[in-house]
Write a protein that binds this ligand. Sequence first.
Ligand SMILES: [Zn+2]
Length: 326
Amino acid sequence: MRDLRTLPKAHLHLHLEAGMRHATLADLAAQKGLVVPEIGAYGSFAAFSGTYDLATKVLETRADWARLADEVLADAAAEGCAYIEPAFWAERYRDRFGSDRETWTMVLDLFEEAADRHGVGIGWIAAIDRVHDDEAASLAIADLAIELMPRGVVAIGLHNDEVGHPPTDFVAAFARARAAGLRSAPHAGELDEGRHVLDAVEQLGADRIAHGVRSFEVEGLVERLAAWGTCLDVCPTSNLLLGIVPDLASHPLPALLDAGVRCTLNADDPLLFDATILGEYELARDVFGFDDERLAAIARTSIEASTLGDDAMAAALAGISAWLAA
Ligand SMILES: [Zn+2]
């Protein structure tokens, strides 16, 4: 059996702070006198979200961020990632690092160094928080993301609870970001109806959808996603632990792939779901019964959907072919 660790892949659906290791959360929390709640016992998205907030509280200093950067990139390299595309929302750090621009600059500097050190490509999703950000705030995020494109911001995202916050509320910010050349990668079709996936494509110009696993709820949508080439960045363990699917046997990933939809495998929030991207590939093999051809095809989709430069992308794709040929 081929080792999935050596299959070149891209991690496209990763919430930055949740890339933190458990040991690091415990260590940083102890230093700061904070109590870490039990990880993984979420009765609701709100409970999950509260735990995420705690992970952000421990990141108080530049040194904390430098540690996170090094460990996220070290783990990515160890799991066979040629590229990662973390999503980041800077507003929560205004009390510590000043303006969103200053926070972003610190994070970009540290992660760029770490990415070089570990030989992993990196691009960034500038997240809009659909619960907290009104139109003015979401336009400000788009503007800052555009300004930071030369530093590696490649996409605009839409995060947090979908319920009551449909894609249609964010048309202006996505239009501005896309006009400047940013990709569109909103969350949709996870916590609320599949209709949001269609709205995300039609109104936000989504190139990729984070999750999109409820697309079967809308008649004909899955066929349209396949025809459009829209990529779904799917996270099976996350869907299971947040109750989006009752069990993995009911997960729609195999059916989405059978229908010709481009899909990638991702961990979403490694810290909070005790998930890794490598673990999701292993799950797909063990639980969904995917053969190596299908696993390699998913990895290929992820690399093709990345923003790796021509040479790095060609090298990663050649690595996938070599993995299959071995
Ligand atoms: Zn997500």
